[in-house]
Design a protein around this ligand. Structure first.
Ligand SMILES: Cc1ncc(COP(=O)(O)O)c(C=O)c1O
Length: 344
């Protein structure tokens, strides 16, 4: 009855142990202020929950969100989280007739969506520096080439020239910019004239992880295909549409939180460097680092209420850990606990 090409097992999980610092899921440590939430709640009460979201509302919300981003609304699709931007890329350019290129180590949903959509995929493992090369795709016939910039968990950006070369092959080139709020660098600025560029972003990392909001930037043709495959606007709830429509109210809080996170990221990086834990320069809201006794450190932190992520099982990584930037006092606790561990 069930698919034979999929090994069904328990899904993605994280530790549910009690904690004092939650630095394991690349979330923002800041929430929206209560008065802003109350203002939004009043608005959602006025909406008819018994009615489906309407295509007209979707178009209007797109107009206002696009204006905030400074793009044309026919170049924008709204999605259910950053995950749905990745799925959309596989839905519009993958499938059994397509062929995708995925670089690893990266966010595991790429491999998952290739599998879910029955897309044949070449997975190229390029190690801890995650530096794709044009030779990887130049002479091959991919329908979909994927990049993550900044990449999770390595934290680095992809050189824009590599992405340009990928675009020249004619494949749909999907660039996941889920961490754009912290890098503030986008391929969209330079390459948006290419009709085969598709950029995916998320509002999860800069604050709204619990609301599952993402968006795609692409040419009008790709956007129509994405909206078609997602049956937009029925993939979204009234709450999504309300929040996208109120982006101008929400945005200053997201931006302020992201700026604080960037400062704290540099503090964590310098600390890890000073204690020789080999941090990798990061443009995201986390820092990857490595050490031989990685598992012991991971356990020691967990026992002391500091949850970080062990990424050593990702392809191409061996003894690597990833810490998400938290509140300043959570970051202090992380650093103090690491120091304590190193003294033992
Ligand atoms: C690279 C990357 N893309 C997309 C996502 C998913 O974003 P969202 O939580 O908005 O679905 C993540 C989440 O960790 C990610 O790391």
């Amino acid at each position: 009855m069930l698919r034979k090409d999929v090994e069904f097992r328990r899904g993605f999980t994280v530790s549910q142990k009690p904690y004092r610092a939650k630095l394991d899921q690349n979330e923002s440590p800041y929430d929206l202020p209560k008065d802003v939430k109350e203002y939004l709640l009043k608005k959602i009460v006025e909406v008819n929950w018994n009615r489906y979201p309407q295509p007209l509302t979707y178009r209007q919300v797109k107009e206002s969100f696009a204006a905030e981003l400074g793009v044309k609304s026919d170049r924008l699709a709204l999605t259910f989280g950053g995950d749905q931007t990745i799925l959309s890329a596989f839905l519009v350019a993958g499938g059994p007739q397509g062929r995708a290129l995925i670089y690893e180590p990266t966010y595991p949903m790429f491999r998952h969506y290739a599998l879910a959509t029955g897309t044949p995929a070449d997975v190229k493992v390029i190690g801890e520096r995650y530096l794709p090369q044009a030779e990887d795709f130049k002479s091959k016939r991919y329908t979909l080439i994927t990049f993550v910039s900044p990449n999770n968990p390595t934290g680095n950006l992809i050189p824009v020239e590599v992405i340009r070369e990928a675009l020249e092959t004619g494949a749909l080139v999907f660039v996941d910019e889920a961490y754009y709020p912290f890098s503030k660098v986008s391929v969209w600025d330079e390459l948006s004239d290419y009709p085969n560029l598709m950029v995916g972003r998320s509002l999860s990392k800069s604050m709204l992880a619990g609301m599952r909001m993402g968006y795609v930037l692409a040419s009008p043709r790709v956007i129509s295909a994405v909206d078609h495959m997602n049956f937009a606007p029925y993939n979204l709830t009234h709450m999504h549409l309300l929040l996208f429509g109120e982006y101008s109210t929400i945005r200053p809080h997201l931006d302020r939180g992201a700026d604080t996170v960037i400062g704290e990221r540099e503090r964590i990086f310098s600390f890890l460097e000073s204690v020789n834990l080999t941090p990798f320069p990061s443009k995201a809201n986390f820092v990857m680092f490595k050490l031989t006794r990685y598992r012991e450190l991971y356990e020691f932190l967990a026992d002391n209420g500091v949850r970080i992520r062990d990424v050593s099982s990702l392809p191409g990584l061996t003894n690597h850990l990833r810490v998400t930037v938290g509140l300043p006092h959570e970051n202090d606790l992380f650093m103090e606990t690491v120091e304590e561990f190193l003294k033992r």
